[in-house]
Design a protein around this ligand. Structure first.
Ligand code: FPP
Ligand code: MG
Length: 336
């Protein structure tokens, strides 16, 4: 674990100072006069892991030579929205552990977790209203609607074993990659000059960075889905197996199912749906050879990371760009 921490520290060295300021801004937003809220926000503060999305805002800003006085606030806002989505997501998934600590729904209850997610989300937007331009509010409002729509779509496709890969990716892009894309786009677009908050459509660099973030985020979600299926909760640091419990059919399973015999298909469906099965993901792993599905999903994630890396060609060489380059391997290599 400490090896991973020191690797992250090394990777984020080009933005270490900004990350520190970003964390101070974030912590200030988690303060509240209600002792109950304060207790919960302090708890959620412990969810802060890699802070990848905030780091992407700052790295893209730095690498594109567009770092402004407001990027640290923007990064804190993105991270707060991410925290709010995690708190809500754990309710939806009935998850128990996140980043090695009890989920809010587990330590308190579902109602509290929904309210706390709303609290974090409104604090994020409160802070965005203090920025010079409306760009951040606009982009993040659109991103959050897309993210919620992705979650809603996902819940309507539960137990759909014939979901196409295209549809699966559409959902993953909306629920996860959208915030990565927005983080990178804001890194490139927020500027001290632009008080009007307009989106320059011809801003090629910002568009490339948005695509970089989306592709990286999609790869992240595909790997996350593999880990949910076969990862060890102790190593991953959060509840695993919840996708199978909830009827979410993810890429490795979709791939296996598409070419399986009728008998195997029935077996897969039964494991997902029959009453009385404990630890469905474990059961699936024991009964079905998931390796070809996992390999396929991994290859797809690698393809997306390769494409994301090509987007960085528009940036000049710099320590921040070098870090962006290594984040791809980091996403593919993660097993915690
Ligand atoms: C990953 O899901 C997806 C998310 C973390 C996004 C969840 C978004 C919502 C629940 C909407 C929240 C809306 C607002 C306004 C705060 P996953 O279950 O595959 O990932 P996991 O393994 O990290 O749980
Ligand atoms: Mg989840």
């Amino acid at each position: 674990m400490s090896e991973i921490r020191s690797r992250i520290k090394e990777l984020l060295a080009p933005i270490a100072g900004d990350m520190e300021v970003m964390n101070r801004v974030l912590q200030a937003q988690l303060v509240d006069e209600s002792p109950a809220v304060q207790d919960m926000t302090s708890h959620v503060g412990r969810f802060s892991g890699k802070q990848l999305r905030a780091a992407l805002v700052l790295l893209v800003a730095e690498a594109s030579g567009r770092r402004s006085s407001e990027h640290v606030q923007v990064a804190a806002i993105v991270e707060m929205i991410h925290l709010a989505t995690l708190v809500h997501d754990d309710v939806l998934d009935g998850a128990e552990v996140r980043r090695r600590v009890a989920c809010v729904n587990e330590r308190w209850d579902n109602q509290t977790a929904i309210l706390l997610g709303d609290f974090l989300y409104s604090r994020a937007f409160g802070l965005s209203t203090q920025l010079k331009s409306r760009l951040t509010s606009q982009l993040l409002a659109a991103t959050t609607s897309r993210l919620c729509a992705g979650e809603i779509e996902q819940s309507t496709q539960r137990y759909d074993f014939e979901l196409t890969q295209e549809r699966y990716e559409f959902i993953c892009a909306a629920k996860t990659a959208s915030l990565y894309g927005a983080a990178c786009e804001l890194g490139a677009r927020v500027s001290d000059q632009d008080g009007s908050g307009s989106f320059a459509k011809d801003d090629e660099l910002a568009r490339s960075m948005a695509s970089f973030g989306e592709e990286l985020g999609l790869a992240f979600q595909i790997i996350d889905d593999c880990l949910d299926l076969v990862g060890d909760a102790e190593i991953v640091g959060k509840s695993v197996g919840t996708d199978v419990e909830d009827g979410k059919v993810t890429l490795p399973v979709l791939h296996i199912y598409a070419s399986a015999s009728e008998q195997t298909r029935t077996q897969i469906r039964d494991i997902y749906t029959q009453d009385g099965i404990q630890k469905r993901a474990h059961h699936l792993r024991e009964s079905i050879d998931l390796a070809p599905g996992l390999e396929y999903a991994r290859a797809r994630a690698e393809e997306l990371v390769d494409r994301a890396m090509e987007r960085l060609d528009v940036l000049p060489d710099s320590p921040a760009r070098r870090t962006l380059k290594s984040i791809g391997d980091f996403v593919l290599g993660r097993n915690w």
